[in-house]
Design a protein around this ligand. Structure first.
Ligand code: PMT
Length: 406
C-alpha cells in the first residue's frame, strides 16, 4: 500500500525517520512530505536515503517552466496516488491548519486534497496539548473522520513530564498496519479478551505466576479491533505495548481478573479467555515477609475462582471461547473443558513443544467447537492464529444460531 508520511516541525521529527523505516518494513511504499519547520529538525536527505524516494518539501519546488506546471499540481498527484496519509509528528500548528482548512504549504494543501484515510500522531508540550484551542481542533478533525493517535505520557523535550510525547514509532507503524488492514466483519461486536499470567502473592515480596507473556491474548485483541470490534482486554502483568484501538484493564491476581471480567461481561458479545489464570492461590497471604529458615516451607494453596466456568454459567447468547493448555490428550481435554465450562469453542494448544504455546511468537492450535467440529490451525504467527480463531468463531455462531432456530 502507498502512503504519505507527513512530517511536522516538532522536536519529535527525528522519530519520523525510524517511523519511515518501520513502515517500509511492513511493506508500505512511503512518500515523505516535510514542512519547512520540520527541515529545521531533520534534513530531507535522511528520509530520501531511508525511503529511496525524493522528499517533497515545497509547493512550488521546481524552477523551470514545465516543471512549475507539474509541481503546481503535484499535491493532487500525490493525493491520488496514495491510500493513506500519516502525519507524525502532527504539531499544534498543523492540527490548527488542518482543522481550519488552511493550505499554505505542500502538506496542508495535500491534506485538503486527500480523500483516503488520515492518521494524525500529535506531539507537543502537555500544556499545548491540553489547551482549549488544540482540544477543539482535535475534536473537529476526529469529527471529520480523521484518526488521532493518543500522544504517549512521559518526559518531554522541554523537560516537563506529561501527555504529549510522540508514541513509539513501532507502535505507530503497528497502528497504521492495523488500520490499513481494517475489515469490518466485526463491526458492532464487543469482544472481551483476557491475556497474560496472573500473580498470586505468597507474602508482600513473593508470588506464584506462570510463563504466559500475553502475546496470544494481545494478538487476539488486536485482531478483533482490526475487524471493527470494540475490544476490552483484561490483562495480567505483561511487557507488551497496548494494541491500537483496544481498551486495556490491568489486573494482577485471579480474583482481580475475575472481578474485571464479570464487570465487563454484560456489555460483551464475544468472550475469549486466553489468559493463563493461576489455578491456586494463598487465600490470605501474610502481611509480613516470610523469613527464611533452614526448615522446609510448606504453602497451603486454595483453588482460585474458575472464571471460564463462571462466565459459562452466565453466558446468555454470547459466544464463549476458552483455551486449553495441555501437554497430552489435547483434543480430548479440550472437549471435556468445553462441555464442563459451557464454552462454544476451546482453542487447544500443546504447551510442551518448542516454538509454540507460552512466550513464543507462533502457535499451533486445534479449534474444538460445540458443533463437534475440530479445525486444525497449523503453526503460524499468533496474529494469524488470532485471525483464524475469529474466522471460525463467526462461522460457528451462524451455525449455532441455525441449529437453535431449526
Ligand atoms: O501468553 P502467551 O505467552 O502468548 O502464551 C499463550 C498461552 C499458552 C497462555 C495460551 O495460548 C493459552 O493456552 N492460554 C490458556 C492457558 C490456561 O490457563 O489454560 P488452562 O487449560 O489451564 O485453562 C483453561 C481455560 O480456563 C483457559 O481459557 C483459562 O483462561 C481459563 N481459566 C483457568 C483457570 C481459572 N482459574 N480461570 C479460568 O478462567
Amino acid at each position: 500500500m502507498k502512503i504519505v508520511l507527513g512530517v511536522g516541525g516538532g522536536i519529535a521529527a527525528y522519530k519520523a525517520a525510524e517511523l519511515s523505516r518501520a513502515l517500509m518494513e511492513r511493506d508500505f511504499e512511503v512518500q515523505v512530505v516535510m514542512t519547512h519547520a520540520a527541515e529545521e529538525f531533520i534534513r530531507p536527505l535522511t528520509f530520501a536515503a531511508l525511503t529511496n524516494r525524493k522528499v517533497i518539501t515545497d509547493l512550488f519546488a521546481s524552477r523551470s517552466g514545465e516543471e512549475v506546471l507539474a509541481s503546481s499540481v503535484e499535491h493532487i498527484r500525490v493525493a491520488r496516488e496514495n491510500q493513506m496519509l500519516v502525519v507524525a509528528p502532527a504539531t499544534a500548528d498543523l492540527l490548527a491548519r488542518f482543522a481550519h482548512g488552511l493550505a499554505n504549504d505542500f502538506l496542508s494543501t495535500l491534506y485538503l486534497a486527500f480523500t483516503g484515510k488520515v492518521i494524525l500522531a500529535p506531539a507537543m508540550n502537555t500544556e499545548m496539548w491540553n489547551h482549549a484551542a488544540t482540544r477543539a481542533n482535535v475534536e473537529t478533525l476526529v469529527g471529520r473522520g480523521n484518526i488521532v493517535l493518543p500522544p504517549a505520557e512521559g518526559s518531554l523535550a522541554c523537560g516537563e513530564v506529561g501527555a504529549g510525547r510522540l508514541p513509539d514509532p513501532v507502535w505507530i507503524a503497528d497502528a497504521v498496519q492495523s488500520l490499513a488492514a481494517a475489515r469490518h466483519d466485526m463491526d458492532g461486536e464487543t469482544v472481551l479478551v483476557t491475556a497474560g499470567p496472573t500473580q498470586e502473592p505468597i507474602d508482600p515480596v513473593r508470588y506464584l505466576t506462570n510463563r504466559s507473556s500475553g502475546k496470544m491474548g494481545y494478538a487476539i485483541a488486536a485482531a478483533a479491533a482490526e475487524r471493527g470490534a470494540r475490544v476490552v482486554l483484561v490483562s495480567g502483568p505483561v511487557n507488551l505495548p497496548e494494541p491500537f484501538g483496544v481498551q486495556v484493564v490491568r489486573v494482577r491476581s485471579a480474583v482481580e481478573m475475575r472481578n474485571a471480567v464479570m464487570a465487563k461481561l454484560p456489555e460483551s458479545t464475544i468472550i475469549v479467555k486466553a489468559a493463563a489464570v493461576a489455578d491456586y492461590h494463598v487465600a490470605n497471604p501474610p502481611k509480613q515477609k516470610i523469613k527464611k529458615t533452614p526448615a522446609r516451607l510448606s504453602l497451603e494453596l486454595d483453588p482460585t475462582p474458575d472464571i471460564l466456568a463462571e462466565v459459562g454459567r452466565n453466558k446468555g447468547d454470547r459466544l464463549l471461547i476458552g483455551f486449553a493448555a495441555e501437554t497430552t490428550a489435547l483434543v480430548e481435554e479440550a472437549r471435556r473443558k468445553m462441555a464442563s465450562k459451557n464454552a462454544d469453542m476451546v482453542v487447544a494448544n500443546l504447551v510442551n513443544q518448542e516454538g509454540t504455546g507460552f512466550e513464543s511468537d507462533e502457535n499451533e492450535v486445534t479449534l474444538v467447537m460445540r458443533t463437534g467440529e475440530a479445525v486444525q490451525v497449523p503453526r503460524a504467527s499468533k496474529k494469524i492464529v488470532a485471525g483464524r480463531i475469529f474466522d471460525q468463531a463467526l462461522k460457528l455462531r451462524l451455525a449455532l444460531h441455525a441449529l437453535h432456530d431449526a
